[in-house]
Design a protein around this ligand. Structure first.
Ligand code: UD1
Ligand code: UDP
Length: 366
């Protein structure tokens, strides 16, 4: 028998993984493999939050993920609509599967819905990427992080700072610093990406002589923020490759903003093409959480179009700079950014997934 939090685990562990959007498919890839290798039975539920092939199917194909056993169609909408549409389907799967734990990833509405549905049925929640905080409650993700961590039985943290954030909120039981599953994925896939991807040639850019941009945060897709960012982009001389998130495409159209024609825009690309593009860029401009870390792992300076970050270690090491949406600051930071002399290892050693699988299998506390 295994005891996790307040729950007792029988031999033959069964896990229900709840995923729903791009970064979660990526995070689940190394963990699914580690679970399988540890003999754990994993059943996956896709909430349907991301449904376009370039935000969903491409990752199942590329990362060779098993098709989800449950597929909901929650789709887009306001936060409440989207979250509410997910809950009954997740609850049904929880009741049908009676898993030993429900695994949730990151900080999205799918994470919140997965955790809520499980906790309400008294199934332990295991949170991958626990303890991250931006300390900005206007971000929808921050509220998700706070709630999910509060109701999780197992909290898998990527770094010491995340453990400290939880301790400051009085959460100390079930907390484990394991490293970052995204780093596991990155170490395995980035070398393959450089071999296989033709993205640089297709977009007409040369290694080290272009920037990569990603932009999708709610606050940055408002018309005023978009206009400021577009202004900055028009003042950047270097080629900028921009895989545009559909939210941003829609927001640009609604605001009547046309981007500078020199930008190399493309629909979102798969993990391998993005890894090839990001790892060979001179600089990355982003408001993504995951991309800030990947920039660091690639040794590519990052300029973050936000005023806060959960990934504070990348800022402290001097590889990442917060500029918000002020055009002058953006242009200046892009001009000034240079690689730093030191790049100590951050967010684990590439074995976070195995550690999580082991903890799920062997842990005893309560
Ligand atoms: C969501 C997460 C965010 C995460 C991001 C990863 C929340 C609150 N936000 O943001 O934390 O960083 O995923 O990419 O959970 N859309 C499409 N096709 C799709 C999906 C979305 O066109 O397949 C468009 C729709 O217009 C939709 C908008 O994008 O309204 C936003 O989608 P949504 O899933 O609500 O949030 P993201 O911005 O993707
Ligand atoms: N990514 C991708 N294709 C793209 C842009 C990003 O595969 O066109 C990957 C990127 O490598 C990273 C992840 O998507 O692993 C980050 O997801 P996103 O920025 O959507 O969400 P966040 O991390 O901000 O929650």
């Amino acid at each position: 028998m295994r005891v996790i939090g307040s729950a007792t685990f029988a031999p033959g562990l069964r896990i229900l993984s709840v995923v729903g959007n791009r970064p979660q498919f990526i995070k689940s890839a190394p963990l699914s493999l580690a679970l399988r290798n540890a003999g754990v039975e994993e059943v996956t539920l896709h909430t349907g939050q991301h449904y376009d092939p370039e935000l969903s199917a491409v990752f199942f194909d590329e990362l060779e993920l098993d098709p989800p056993a449950y597929r909901l169609e929650s789709g887009s909408g306001t936060h409440a609509e989207q979250t509410a549409r997910m809950l009954p389907g997740i609850e049904r799967a929880v009741l049908e599967e009676r898993p030993d734990a429900v695994l949730v990833y990151g900080d999205t509405n799918s994470t919140l819905a997965g955790a809520l549905a499980a906790a309400k049925q008294l199934v332990p929640v295991a949170h991958v990427e626990a303890g991250l905080r931006s300390f900005d409650r206007t971000m929808p993700e921050e509220l998700n992080r706070l709630v999910v961590d509060r109701i999780s039985a197992l909290l898998f943290c990527p770094a010491e700072g995340a453990v400290a954030n939880l301790a400051a909120e009085g959460i100390t039981v079930g907390v484990h610093q394991v490293g970052d599953v995204m780093y596991d994925a990155n170490l395995r896939l980035a070398p393959i990406a450089r071999e296989r991807s033709r993205a640089l040639a297709e977009l007409g850019v040369e290694p080290g002589r272009y920037l990569v941009l990603t932009l999708h945060r709610e606050a940055n897709t408002r018309a005023d923020a978009l206009a400021r960012i577009a202004d900055a982009l028009a003042r950047i001389e270097e080629p900028v490759v921009f895989p545009v998130h559909p939210r941003t495409t829609a927001a640009l159209a609604a605001a009547g903003i046309s981007l500078d024609s020199r930008l190399r825009t493309t629909p979102p690309v798969g993990y391998l093409d993005f890894a090839a593009l990001a790892s060979q860029a001179r600089l990355i401009l982003t408001d993504s959480g995951g991309v800030q870390k990947e920039a660091y792992w690639y040794g590519v300076p990052c300029v973050t179009l936000r005023t806060t970050s959960e990934w504070v270690e990348t800022l402290e090491k001097g590889w990442n700079r917060l500029v918000g949406t002020d055009p002058d600051l953006i242009v200046q930071a892009v001009r000034e950014a240079r690689p730093q002399a030191d790049r100590p290892v951050l967010y684990g050693d590439g074995h976070a997934s195995e550690r999580i699988a082991d903890l799920l299998c062997t842990m005893r506390h309560g």
